[in-house]
Structure formats: structure tokens, C-alpha cells
Design a protein around this ligand. Structure first.
Ligand code: NAD
Length: 476
């Protein structure tokens, strides 16, 4: 297939290219230049996509899991054939450095292949000859995936792979800030999947609510902010859509007194600042024991000064810009607020004028626990370092948040670290590691970080309705 990665961006509806009368501009965040125009879908076209999906559903769910596994693997292979073009396009639309973009595409391919290996065997709950009870996992129907702009390809694949494997049909809606790679993924899928099985639609801010209200859609798989997640859940109630919500986080990292500071610094630096801090599971509050605090803070600042920020297509760049103008303005306002509240920055804290949505690395020195820079999810390269003196206190502070996505604990005594980890309220708690995910590992948030999980068998089951078949001998 000869794909044009520079200019020709079309939606995929019923296995065919679809244009729209209106378009949206897509901006490269490193240069602020418009790099493409994409269709801004009309509501009648959304109806067509939903109808196409519904029509494809019967054959797709009946085709058998082995065939669906093979087609998902084929989609992964096809993505691998175009991995370099996808990575470059991802950097241009999202801003992340090319190496990170290549990693996102590579991980997406791996995820497709691994998830395609999952099975959906029924559970036999009772197997007596006179009464056999079987729990089946049947597909839900038309699933809409709504993705954010920080990992457009990775988070779309997290939804596409299990949803299609389970026998559902789909619509994928990327963020209007990063639609390009998703539209290209739709093009690849046209060649591999039956028409209607995976529709990819792009549109402005009105499209999300159209989808969540649509009576023809049965489930929403959503990744985005907690505020939008709540709106999705409210809107999905209309026809009692199933929802999986992966939302925001304010992950604490706890550095215990016996941690090896030099070894931990690079891990926690990248946990906080990779993707310019725009990761749901970025370490967003680092609590360091008072006995280590000064050494840790100095080493973190030194490490930060060695990191190159710039246009992700430039050789050697390790951190790119903020992905879009509204987010850039939000992070700038947060920093300005911190400055006016008297927060001391060990590094950064100001945003120079210039081309591109670049924010220098900002490290705040033990700010007030209630300040916005600690209590809110910055979703940018802004990190508060916080001092603690005992375990009870740090556990209470770590848990004092409406979020509960993930957390990490660092220390050489594993039992002591485990004892702290056991008390943390979060969907994933890492000990001496961070952002350590896998296709077989359920991932989801506690509290207001989400509802349900992605990945693993539990994630796959979120794309199924349980159906119990009770089979008895004929009455005599
Ligand atoms: P967002 O909530 O603004 O947008 C996410 C998606 O929802 C986009 O496609 C957007 O167009 C769409 N949308 C917006 N309003 C909608 C509405 N009313 N109804 C339906 N859809 C709507 O989030 P974002 O700014 O793109 O992403 C950043 C947020 O995502 C952060 O809070 C981050 O923590 C979170 N996130 C969570 C995870 C996770 O797995 N928990 C992963 C990545 C990002």
C-alpha cells in the first residue's frame, strides 16, 4: 500500500475513505505551523459510521476468535511495515522526540500481537449432567474509543485490540489535536479488516458528546481527564452504555531513607519529565525523606540541566514541547500562580517567549502541600519535590488526593518498601520501578482516576457482556 503521510488524511467509514465538508487544522507544537487539515465529521456521517459498524457486527462476532486474532496480528504486521513513517508523523503532530515516537509505535505493535494471543474461554461454573452452568463472555456491540493527545497511537491500540478480539465493532475518535496517526491507522485497517469493523472518525469538540449520546453505541472506552470522564459518564447514561474510564492522576513517588539516590535519580527524572510530563502515570509529587532531601534535590537539578529540550525531529532532543496551545497556557498559568504564591523553584519556573509550546523543566523546592503545584495534575514538565520525616506522615500525604492512579516506592529494604506500598490507595503501586506496564497486567485507577481497567484478562472482559447459560435435562 502506498500511503501519503504528508497531506491526504481521510476518515475510514465502512471500509472506505470519507471526507467532510468542513475541516480542522492540525498544528505541529514545536513550530506552531499548520501541518495538515483533517475532516471535521458531520453528524450524519457519524450515523453512517455507527450503522456500518452495526451491520458488520453479526459477521464479525460469528467469524470466530481465531480469525479475529489473525487479523489483529496482520494489522500489527502492517503497522510494523510503516513504523518509521508513523513515528515521524507522531512526532510532527504530538511533539514527542522521534525516539519516543518510535517506541510508542513499537509498543503498539507489540500490544496488538500480545493481545491477539488472548483467549476468551467460557467458565464452567457447574458441570453436573442434570444442570450445567456456563459463563460466556459475549461481545457488547458497537464500541466507541475516545483517545487523548498524549499517546494517540498507544492508547488507541489499548482499546482496539481487546475490543475487536472480543468480537465488537468499533469507532475510534482521536483527539482533535492529534488525529493524523489514527486516521492513517484507519487506512491500514481498510486493507485488513472487513468494512465497518473499525471506523476512524475525526472532528471538533462537538464530536465527543455526539458519540457519548448516540443511541446506536453500546460502550465507551475513554482515556482523558477526570473532568471529561465525568461528562462522558453522565452522557452515556442515556442508553446505559458501558463505560471504561482511564482518567487523570497525581502519582506520588516515595523515596525512603535507605534509597540509593544516584541510582534512583534517572529513573524518577524520566518518570516525571518524559513526554514533557504529559503522562497520566507520570510521577507528579516526589516525597523524599528529609535525610536525603538536599542531596536528592541537587542531583535531580544537575540531571535536569543535562537534558536537551527542542523540536522532536532534531537529533539528540529528549523532551519536546507541550502538545497544544490550551495545555501550554494551563501549565504557564500554574507556574505563574506558583510564583505569585511564593513557591521557590530549584530550576525553571518561567516560560520564555518564543516559537513552539516549550516549557523549561521546573522543579519546585518543598512547596506547600495544599498549593496548586502539588494538589493538581500539572500535565507538563513541573515537578514538586517534597520533604517528609516519617512513614505514617508520607502515606497520609500520598493518599490525600482525589486521584488514585499509580504510585511508586523506592528503597533498598524491599520489605520496608512493600510495607509502605501496601498502604497506598492506587490502581498500581510499583516498588523500585515505575511506569512498568504490560499487556497482561490490568491497569486502572482508584477513586477519581477511573472506572474499570484496561489490559489483562480483566481488561478484555470489559469488552464483553457476561452471559450465563444454564442447561438442564428435559423435564420428564
Ligand atoms: P480530555 O479529557 O480533554 O480529552 C480526551 C478525549 O475526550 C479527546 O478525544 C477529546 O476530544 C474528547 N472529549 C472532550 N470533551 C468530550 C466530551 N464532552 N465528551 C466526549 N469526549 C470528549 O483529555 P486530554 O487533555 O486529551 O488528555 C489529558 C488527560 O488524560 C490527563 O488528565 C491525563 O492524566 C489523562 N490520561 C489518562 C490516562 C489513563 O490511562 N488513566 C492516560 C493518558 C491520559
Amino acid at each position: 500500500m502506498n500511503m501519503d503521510f504528508a497531506s491526504d488524511f481521510t476518515m475510514t467509514i465502512n471500509g472506505r475513505a470519507a471526507w467532510a465538508t468542513e475541516t480542522l487544522a492540525v498544528v505541529n507544537p514545536a513550530t506552531e505551523a499548520v501541518i495538515a487539515h483533517v475532516p471535521d465529521i458531520a453528524s450524519v456521517q457519524l450515523d453512517e459510521a455507527v450503522t456500518a459498524a452495526r451491520q458488520a457486527f453479526g459477521d464479525w462476532k460469528d467469524v470466530g476468535i481465531a480469525k479475529r486474532q489473525a487479523l489483529l496480528r496482520a494489522l500489527g504486521d502492517r503497522l510494523a511495515d510503516h513504523a518509521d513513517e508513523f513515528a515521524l508523523l507522531l512526532t510532527r503532530e504530538q511533539g514527542k522526540p522521534l525516539a519516543d515516537a518510535a517506541m510508542e509505535i513499537g509498543t503498539g505493535i507489540y500490544w496488538l500481537q500480545e493481545m491477539a494471543g488472548q483467549a476468551l474461554e467460557p467458565d464452567i461454573l457447574s458441570d453436573a449432567p442434570e444442570r450445567r452452568v456456563e459463563l460466556r463472555h459475549v461481545p457488547i456491540g458497537v464500541v466507541a474509543a475516545i483517545a487523548p493527545w498524549n499517546f494517540p497511537v498507544g492508547l488507541a491500540i489499548w482499546k482496539i485490540a481487546p475490543s475487536l478480539l472480543a468480537g465488537n465493532v468499533m469507532l475510534l475518535k482521536p483527539s482533535p489535536f492529534t488525529p493524523l496517526t489514527s486516521l492513517k491507522l484507519g487506512e491500514l485497517a481498510r486493507e485488513i479488516l472487513p468494512p465497518g469493523v473499525l471506523n476512524v472518525v475525526s472532528g471538533s469538540d462537538r464530536l465527543g458528546p455526539w458519540i457519548t449520546e448516540h443511541p446506536g453505541i453500546d460502550k465507551i472506552a475513554f482515556t482523558g481527564s477526570t473532568a471529561t470522564g465525568k461528562a462522558v459518564m453522565r452522557s452515556a447514561a442515556g442508553n446505559l452504555k458501558r463505560v471504561t474510564l482511564e482518567l487523570g492522576g497525581n502519582d506520588p513517588a516515595i523515596v525512603l531513607p535507605d534509597a540509593d539516590v544516584e541510582a534512583v535519580i534517572p529513573r524518577l527524572f524520566w518518570a516525571a519529565f518524559a513526554n514533557a510530563g504529559q503522562i497520566c502515570i507520570a510521577s507528579k509529587r516526589i516525597y523524599v525523606h528529609e535525610s536525603l532531601y538536599d542531596r536528592f534535590a541537587t542531583a535531580m537539578v544537575d540531571y535536569a540541566k543535562s537534558v536537551k529540550i527542542g523540536d522532536g525531529t532534531e537529533q539528540g532532543v529528549q523532551i519536546g514541547p507541550i502538545q497544544n496551545r490550551p495545555q501550554f497556557d494551563r501549565v504557564r498559568a500554574l507556574l505563574a500562580d506558583a510564583r505569585s504564591a511564593g513557591t521557590r523553584f530549584l530550576l525553571g519556573g518561567d516560560v520564555p517567549e518564543g516559537q513552539g509550546y516549550f516549557i523549561p523543566i521546573a522543579i519546585a523546592d518543598n512547596p506547600d502541600e495544599k498549593s496548586r503545584v502539588v494538589a493538581e495534575e500539572a500535565f507538563g514538565p513541573v515537578l514538586p519535590l517534597l520533604k517528609f520525616s516519617n512513614v505514617d506522615e508520607v502515606v497520609a500525604r500520598a493518599n490525600d488526593s482525589p486521584y488514585g492512579l499509580a504510585a511508586s516506592v523506592w528503597g533498598t529494604n524491599l520489605d520496608a518498601a512493600q510495607a509502605v506500598a501496601d498502604r497506598i490507595e492506587a490502581g498500581t503501586v510499583w516498588i523500585n520501578t515505575v511506569q512498568d506496564l504490560g499487556p497482561g497486567q490490568p491497569f486502572g485507577g482508584h477513586k477519581q482516576s477511573g472506572l474499570g481497567v484496561e489490559n489483562g484478562r480483566e481488561g478484555l472482559l470489559e469488552y464483553c457482556n457476561p452471559q450465563v447459560i444454564v442447561r438442564c435435562a428435559a423435564p420428564t
